[in-house]
Design a protein around this ligand. Structure first.
Ligand SMILES: CC(=O)CC(=O)SCCNC(=O)CCNC(=O)[C@H](O)C(C)(C)COP(=O)(O)OP(=O)(O)OC[C@H]1O[C@@H](n2cnc3c(N)ncnc32)[C@H](O)[C@@H]1OP(=O)(O)O
Ligand SMILES: NC(=O)C1=CN([C@@H]2O[C@H](COP(=O)(O)OP(=O)(O)OC[C@H]3O[C@@H](n4cnc5c(N)ncnc54)[C@H](O)[C@@H]3O)[C@@H](O)[C@H]2O)C=CC1
Length: 255
């Protein structure tokens, strides 16, 4: 299905990004897994075989992302799809009255830096390489897919930084899609609900159970593969553009 397609997946060593990289390769594509040097990206790429390679990056670094794009071009000769999955989650009250402590400003800044600015950094640099492709019969050169969260819309107590970062991703989706339309590059964002990944597993087990039960149907955590299937649909459907799609079993998170 994706024969000849080259994808770059940030956060590709774990969770939703890893499932996406697996799905792209399973469908005949080739994939560059980008993740932190400390991640298990090398092992993930090895598992996927010769159609995959790992490039260690921090998404907030211009130098790292430029290097990853150069490596993509050197190894596979082009880039068709960028999927932004790299992200971090933080949880703290705006002011902890028990400890008389405000939200740590550095933690707020770091969350915005990785989730919002890092995503934009990868988008802006990827666009240059995708834009070099010859357009297909429809005028399309490629697709950029971002990952927000339902927390962009119904963030819980403690999610001020995380929700702000993800709302930023939602907010920039349409203007960037409009901006890149002339080049035939689509931009679509997925807002996942609750998925079984290492990030989700960092929550306390009772909280996971409570969240899981609050998903109307199917009343369970999503499987990373189900996220990857939406990525696949977005790639395949040329009319999807400039939109954020919730993938959440109709969950609306409670305060
Ligand atoms: C990753 C995604 O993109 C998808 C999501 O958004 S999934 C939703 C993620 N939600 C969160 O991360 C919620 C963040 N908030 C919190 O963890 C807490 O409110 C907080 C740490 C910020 C405040 O802690 P606190 O002041 O101690 O809060 P308090 O309101 O007294 O609640 C603490 C209790 O709530 C539980 N809890 C934590 N997160 C919870 C949640 N999302 N839902 C229900 N209970 C939760 C804790 O297990 C703790 O239980 P115990 O008292 O039994 O130890
Ligand atoms: N798991 C879930 O329920 C949900 C996840 N999301 C979002 O989906 C994306 C993927 O999350 P998961 O797979 O669940 O988490 P995960 O923690 O399993 O994977 C995230 C990956 O991003 C990498 N990463 C973190 N900071 C980075 C940086 N600065 N540079 C490069 N890579 C970096 C990590 O090393 C990790 O491999 C995140 O953006 C997350 O916010 C959104 C909604 C729900």
């Amino acid at each position: 299905m994706f024969k000849g397609l080259v994808g770059l997946v940030t956060g590709g060593a774990s969770g939703l990004g890893r499932a996406t990289a697996e799905q792209l390769v399973k469908q005949g594509g080739r994939v560059v897994i980008c993740d932190l040097p400390s991640s298990s990206g090398q092992e993930a790429a090895k598992q996927l075989g010769e159609n995959s390679t790992f490039v260690p990056i921090d998404v907030t670094s211009e130098k790292d992302v430029k290097n990853a794009l150069q490596r993509t071009f050197d190894k596979f000769g082009r880039l068709d799809v960028t999927v932004n999955c790299a992200g971090v989650a933080t949880a703290a009250r705006v002011y902890n009255f028990k400890k008389d402590q405000p939200f740590d400003l550095k933690s707020f800044q770091k969350t915005i830096e990785v989730n919002l600015i890092g995503t934009f950094n990868v988008i802006r640099l990827s666009a240059g390489l995708i834009g070099k492709n010859a357009p297909d019969a429809d005028g399309q050169r490629g697709v950029i897919i971002n990952t927000a969260s339902v927390a962009a819309f119904d963030g819980q107590i403690g999610q001020a930084a995380y929700s702000a970062s993800k709302a930023g991703v939602v907010g920039m989706t349409l203007p960037i899609a409009r901006d890149l339309a002339k080049q035939g590059i689509r931009v679509v964002t997925i807002a996942p609900g609750l998925f079984r990944t290492p990030m989700m597993q960092s929550l306390p087990e009772p909280a996971i159970k409570q969240l899981e039960a609050s998903v109307p149907f199917p009343s369970r955590l999503g499987q990373p593969r189900e996220f990857a299937l939406l990525v696949q649909s977005i790639i395949q459907n040329p009319m999807l553009n400039g939109e954020t799609i919730r993938l959440d079993g109709s969950l609306r998170m409670q305060p």
